[in-house]
Ligand binder design. Structure first.
Ligand code: COA
Length: 276
């Protein structure tokens, strides 16, 4: 599949990793309606794109994403309910529903500013790696609103009660190192190493069985809000579905390589996948 061109997003494919770059650097990659439409289209394409094994979401220039565009997303649609509804739907659709349930691993590579509405895609991604000097902030309180959209809801999944309320109510900015301490990101590295560390993680993920990876993230993410009986039943059905549909029959292969061939130890690494 070729790579589409968008006004506000850049999509580049490189050996299984697809780099999706929010591309309005002059506006610090603030999300205007066009960016929401572009991202929704890009993610829809990449879900089924055979060349894409891992998606990395990053930002052009010095920002990752400065949140919703106050001029084009908010003020320009205040008196245009149809456009506001369209933009708001696209915004929630890609930032939460598509990304949260994306069928392949997703990594937020936070290269710089990350504010307000940008926390939704940040938390929706499976992993986040930040530059140590990236600046994060729930800046809404500073300009007269609360973290809306889904931000306050998703924060409840990603920060402790105390930390979430602290940053929601003070709007204090914090850096990548602090974000790692808060576990909002997996780790923070010097900016010069950000890309290498992201590629290293993506390569590790590409060694695993993709069907199993997909099931594993779905099971974890969906079971969080189920009660125990529902979760047990869901996981049992999901396990059967995975065995029935996995094209590389991972469970059988892994078991054979460990028990019969004694060629690997599951505790220490993944079974050897056959190259297709
Ligand atoms: N909405 C609309 N425009 C934005 C924006 C946003 N969220 N963030 C940045 N921009 C625009 C600025 O208006 C400016 O546009 P202009 O050149 O036409 O005047 C341009 O991007 C550069 O911004 P500037 O403030 O000059 O850059 P900076 O590097 O000095 O500061 C930020 C960067 C991100 C700290 C600052 O722009 C900022 O605080 N943005 C708002 C962040 C926010 O509160 N987001 C939450 C929204 S939910």
């Amino acid at each position: 599949m070729g790579t589409k061109n968008y006004q506000t997003v850049k999509v580049e494919k490189d050996n299984g990793i697809t780099w999706v770059t929010l591309n309005r650097p002059e506006k610090r990659n603030a999300m205007n309606p066009q960016l929401h439409y572009d991202m929704l289209d890009a993610l829809t394409e990449l879900e089924t794109d055979k060349e894409t094994q891992v998606v990395v979401l990053t930002g052009a220039g010095e920002a990752w994403c400065a949140g919703q565009d106050l001029r084009e997303y908010f003020r320009a649609t205040d008196n245009n309910p149809v456009e506001r509804r369209r933009a708001s739907w696209a915004s929630q659709e890609w930032r939460w529903r598509r990304l949260f349930t994306f069928p392949k691993p997703t990594i937020a590579m936070v290269n710089g500013y990350c504010f307000g509405g940008a926390f939704t895609p940040l938390i929706a991604c499976d992993f986040a790696i930040a530059a140590e000097d990236a600046i994060f902030g729930l800046s809404e309180i500073n300009w007269g609103i609360f973290p809306g959209g889904l931000v306050s809801r998703v924060l409840a999944d990603a920060l402790s009660y105390r930390d979430a309320l602290y940053y929601i109510m003070t709007g204090d900015p914090f850096d990548g190192k602090k974000a790692a301490e808060l576990k909002l990101v997996n780790f923070a590295v010097p900016k010069a190493k950000l890309k290498d560390e992201t590629v290293k993680l993506a390569k590790k993920l590409m060694e695993k069985n993709p069907q199993t990876l997909r099931a594993a993230k779905e099971v974890y993410k969906f079971c969080r809000t189920m009660d125990y009986a529902q979760a047990e039943d869901y996981m049992s059905a999901k396990g059967i579905a995975l065995r029935a549909t996995d094209p590389e029959k991972g469970r059988e292969e892994g078991t054979k390589q460990f028990l019969d061939e004694k060629s690997f130890r599951p505790g220490l690494g993944a079974y050897q996948r056959k190259k297709s």
